[in-house]
Unconditional design. Structure first.
Length: 163
């Protein structure tokens, strides 16, 4: 029959081992893989080729973000590049044509294999009016280390999660 002291020591040792497994990022003692809101989760990089019409006096980030945020939800999308069409082309009653490459890191299966974008803001008083269209498809597997955050200097979501 075990002594009282050995039972107490066994209980204390078991508790300390279990406590060391737990961390603030997990529910207590739950060792399941976390979703892409947290670190080291497999995700897909989705690449979007976009054509858009925008007010040439306004940075197109708000227009593009308005078109795209329904697809990336809590994730933050990021311009890889954007440019005005040269020579200048116009559309939608004087708005300038441009194109962009846009990326989203998403959890597997959250968007399906591919999707199309078709967005319009026709409010003539809104400086971010315009239209965005294009197609998006997964291009590679990536590790999601965190949700990126808005970078006000670059007008994208490239700010690190440690900031």
């Amino acid at each position: 029959m075990p002594s009282f002291l050995s039972l107490v020591l066994t209980s204390v040792m078991t508790y300390s081992v279990l406590a060391s497994i737990s961390s603030p990022n997990y529910l207590p003692f739950e060792l399941e893989k976390r979703d892409c809101g947290f670190s080291y989760c497999d995700c897909q990089k989705v690449q979007c080729f976009l054509d858009f019409c925008f007010d040439d006096h306004v940075d197109p980030w708000v227009l593009i973000d308005s078109a795209m945020n329904q697809y990336y939800g809590v994730d933050c999308g990021q311009f890889d590049y954007w440019k005005r069409n040269e020579p200048a082309e116009y559309c939608n009653n004087g708005l300038r044509k441009g194109n962009a490459l846009f990326y989203i890191n998403r959890k597997f299966g959250s968007l399906g294999k591919s999707f199309t974008v078709d967005y319009k803001n026709t409010d003539a008083k809104n400086p971010n009016r315009g239209s965005v269209s294009g197609s998006c498809r997964p291009v590679q597997d990536v590790q999601c280390t965190c949700h990126s955050r808005y970078n006000s200097a670059k007008h994208d979501c490239s700010r690190s999660c440690d900031d």
